[in-house]
Design a protein around this ligand. Sequence first.
Ligand SMILES: Cc1ncc(COP(=O)(O)O)c(C=O)c1O
Length: 403
Amino acid sequence: MIDTLERVLISFCILMSMPGFELIGDEERKEINSIFDNKGILYRYGFDKLRGNSWKVKEFETNFSNKLSVKYSHAVTSGTAALHTALMAMGIKPGDEVITSSYTFVATAEAIIACGAKPVFTDIDFSINMDPNDIENRITKKTKIIVPVHMHGSAADMKKITEIAKKHSILVLEDSCQALGAKYRGKMLGTIADMGVFSFDYGKVLTTGEGGMVVSDKKEFADKADWFADHGHEHNTKFSRADDTRSIAGFNYRMCELQGAIGVAQLKKLDVIVNKQRENKKRLKKELDKISGIEYRKHNDTEEAGDSLIFFVKDSKIAKDVVKELLKVGIETKNLPSAFKWHFAGTWDHMLPKISEDYKNPEKLWTRSQEILNRALAIGISLNMTDEHINKISNAISTGLKE
Ligand SMILES: Cc1ncc(COP(=O)(O)O)c(C=O)c1O
C-alpha cells in the first residue's frame, strides 16, 4: 500500500514531472563533498592556487559539450538567464523583433523583453510547437531571431524553421529548456541551430536546483555568452581578473561551484532518466490506446525526452471532464491545462499590453493556438510509475471521456 506521504509525493511528481529531482542522492552529495575536501572554493573563476584542481562548473560544461556533441557550453544561473545571455550574444538590440511560439513558458518572452526587443508570437500546430507555416507572416524588417521552443521534450519543425531563417538571413536560437536528451533527426535538440539553451530548474530532466546552459558550435556566439554572463569579463589568461579585458557590457549570471558539482553528477544520469521516461510513457500509452476519443500529439521526427504524454480530446468540455476525474484521484496535469496561464501568450495581459499596442487584448490573439490547447491534456511522466498508478491515470481518463 502507498502511504499518504508517498501518495502526495507521487502526485507532486506527476504534476511537475521532475526526474532529475527523483534521482538526487549520494552521487550529488559526493560531488559537493569533494569541493569541501579541496578548500571549499565556491566561485567558478580564479583562486587558482587555493582550489587544487577543483573546477566543477568547467567540468560540467566540458562534460555537457561531450554529451551533446556541441563545441561550446556555458553554464549560467537559470534557463531564463541562458535565454537572456544567448539573445545578447547573438547581438539583439532594442527595437528588434524576435519570433517565438505562442505556447511556451513565459520566460522566453521575458528574456526577449529584457533585451528591449519585441516578442512576436506564432500560432502552434498539432505538435503544440511553433507552426512553421505561420513564421513568414510574422517576419518584418525588424526580425532578428527566431526562437523555436521544443515544448515537452519534442522538436519544433527544425528543417522548415532553419530553411525560412536562412532565406531571410535571420538567426535561430533553440529554447530547449524542456528538451534535454531529445533528438531531432539524430541530433540533440539545442545543438541544431545557431545557439541553444537549457534549464536545470527543479522541474527539468536534470536539475542543479536552479541553473541553465547556453550552447553553440559558433565561437563568436559562445565567447559573447561567456563574457555577457560575467560582466563582460573576457577571461583573458594574459591578465589577472582585475586587469581583464572587455569589449561588451554584461551581467552576472555566473553558475556557482555547488550547482556545477550537482550538474556533474546529474549529467551522468541523463541516459537512465530519458530511457526510463520513454519506457514509462510507452507503458501509459499502451493503456490509453485501449480508450477511444484520444488523438496524440504530432511529432516532428523526434526521439522524445519523454517528459509528458500529450493528447487531444474532442472539445474543451471533455477536456475539463477528464481533468476533473484526474483530480479526483490526486493527479494534476502538467501545464495543459494546469499552469496554462504561465505557458500561453494569450493569457499574458499582465505584460504584453505594456509592450505594444498590438497586444492590447492578448486573449483575442492566437485563436488557432487557443483552440488546439483548449482540448489538449499533458500527463507528466515520472521515473517511479507503478502499474497501479498508470491504471489510475488511464481509468480516470476513460471515465472523464464517458461523461
Ligand atoms: C520552455 C522554457 N523556457 C525557459 C524556461 C526557464 O527556465 P528557468 O526556470 O531555469 O529559468 C523554462 C522553465 O520552465 C521553460 O520551460
